[in-house]
Ligand binder design. Structure first.
Ligand code: F6P
Length: 465
């Protein structure tokens, strides 16, 4: 059967939905984890295009299908490709390298070969479903070779690329044995987008220093073309989150959550993928010390952490889970009383309504990654608040810190500093907190996901004659 053609095509490692089979064998589709899907879903709602991606399971050969009002085009991955391309090169080489090497990146030649092979498959699929002169928007670090592979087959297309995670300084990036190929892959795009100016500058500098290309500000000369590299800080569907959080169901659930936790005077909440970039060890260390020293009173204060399971077969993630469970157990065992542990730790993923209720239930949201491209949880919390109450403790090393300047900023490596900011935020007066929240809400509502997509896509669109 001939492929259906589309004018607008998103290419991402994952489809926005994962397939789940219940005990009776019934198949349902659920939203995939992570910020990329949260961000791109509303973009698809306003563009009638196709989304090419993997279903999250091994060896699934599926025909294109429609789900959640989207046209989905599955790309199969074998178990070995999942091991080598996804868990290996994407998540044990690129992920740590691009996040300041907070865990040591591993370099394996067979992982690289799998990365090339899978990128070629995504590019072939995109070439097959993109209509003449279509716009193809490639997403994230798993698919950095796709732009050049696609241009090779389909020079008629407008090709954009957006990197959702940080692009590291050349001093780090140059460790990668395949640094030239990755840059050349990205340079197949007409426009390469980054979360922050720093990432865009790092990429331009790498192209100049390592590839010897001529650059001028945000432009890179590639043979007869000019590739632009710019910052487009990603966001969320702020109004969508606000509407959801404003429903009676969510409001009632938020009250119930606080009651179930013993109605604390102050509820701290963290919600993260269970990832070593998120600064969870440091966060638990800080809360553990504050409860142990009595600076936080477990009778009136509670810390609730949701850690969404992620990349569970990758060794560093298994180690992290063990470490976190040890830290939580130690504090609760030491400080907790019957029915009153000071920390609640949930290793689970929740639907968006429950997340909205958690954002509403929280007094203080704690977002303290060691490194993060953006961090949409911080923005979701702000969008879900009922007015200007509540406070955000935010790492300086989250991309969101560039926009949410009124957050209570921390360096998460500095445990004493982190403890001080937690206490200062709790003790700050209501007027101060409200002033900060008001400014952050203005920022998030005025720079929502449509603003982000419109800016990127209008910069990508061909110039009118
Ligand atoms: O933005 C970072 C990112 O890796 C996305 O590409 C991805 O959708 C999300 O985090 C979740 O990660 P994974 O697909 O590996 O579960």
């Amino acid at each position: 059967m001939a492929d259906q053609k589309y004018d607008f095509v998103v290419v991402a490692n994952r489809l926005p939905v994962d397939r789940h089979r219940d005990a009776d064998g019934n198949v349902t589709w659920r939203t995939s984890p992570g910020g990329l899907v949260t961000a791109m879903e509303p973009v698809m709602a306003s563009h009638d295009g196709a989304w090419i991606g993997w279903t999250g399971a091994p060896d699934e050969e599926l025909e294109p299908f429609d789900e959640a009002h989207m046209h989905l085009v599955p790309v199969p991955l074998s178990q070995q490709e999942i091991n080598e391309y996804y868990e290996g090169f994407s998540n044990s080489t690129l992920w740590p390298l691009y996040h300041d090497a907070v865990e040591a990146p591993e370099f394996h030649r067979e992982w690289w070969d799998a990365y090339v092979q899978v990128n070629q498959r995504f590019a072939d699929r995109a070439a097959a479903v993109a209509d003449k002169h279509a716009t193809v928007w490639v997403q994230d670090y798993q698919l950095q070779l796709v732009p050049a592979m696609l241009r090779e087959q389909r020079p008629d297309l407008r090709i954009g690329f957006f990197l959702h995670i940080p692009f590291p300084p050349v001093e780090l990036f140059q460790q990668l044995p395949w640094r030239r190929q990755i840059c050349e892959g990205l340079l197949g795009a007409d426009l390469v987008g980054f979360q922050l100016n720093g990432g865009a500058r790092n990429f331009v500098r790498t192209c100049r220093v390592r590839l010897g290309l001529k650059t001028h500000r945000d432009q890179i000369n590639v043979e007869d073309r000019i590739v632009e590299a710019r910052a487009y800080p990603i966001s969320i569907d702020a109004q969508g989150f606000a509407d959801l959080a404003g429903t009676e169901e969510v409001a009632a659930r938020a009250i119930e959550i606080r009651e179930d936790l013993g109605s604390p005077e102050t509820l701290f909440v963290g919600i993260d993928r269970l990832d070593y970039t998120k600064g969870l060890r440091q966060r638990f260390q800080a809360f553990g010390e504050l409860f142990s020293s009595g600076q936080l009173d477990p009778d009136s204060t509670h810390f609730l952490q949701v850690a969404t399971p992620s990349r569970e077969r990758v060794e560093q993630y298994m180690r992290l889970r063990d470490d976190i469970e040890l830290l939580v157990g130690r504090t609760n065992g030491h400080i907790g009383r019957i029915g009153m542990p000071p920390i609640s730790y949930l290793h689970a993923s929740y639907p968006r309504t429950e997340m909205a209720a958690l954002y509403r239930a929280a007094d203080i949201m704690v977002v303290t990654p060691l490194r993060d491209g953006m961090n949409l949880v911080a923005k979701e919390f702000i969008a879900c608040r009922d007015g200007n109450n509540g406070a955000l403790v935010l790492s300086e090393f989250a991309g969101a810190a560039a926009e949410l300047k009124q957050a209570y900023m921390v360096n998460p490596h500095d445990i004493n500093g982190l403890k001080n900011v937690i206490l200062r935020t709790m003790d700050d007066d209501a007027a101060n907190r409200a002033r900060r929240m008001k400014a952050m809400r203005k920022q998030v509502f005025e720079h929502d996901i449509n603003h982000w997509a419109d800016r990127f896509l209008s910069d990508l669109a061909p110039e009118e004659d």
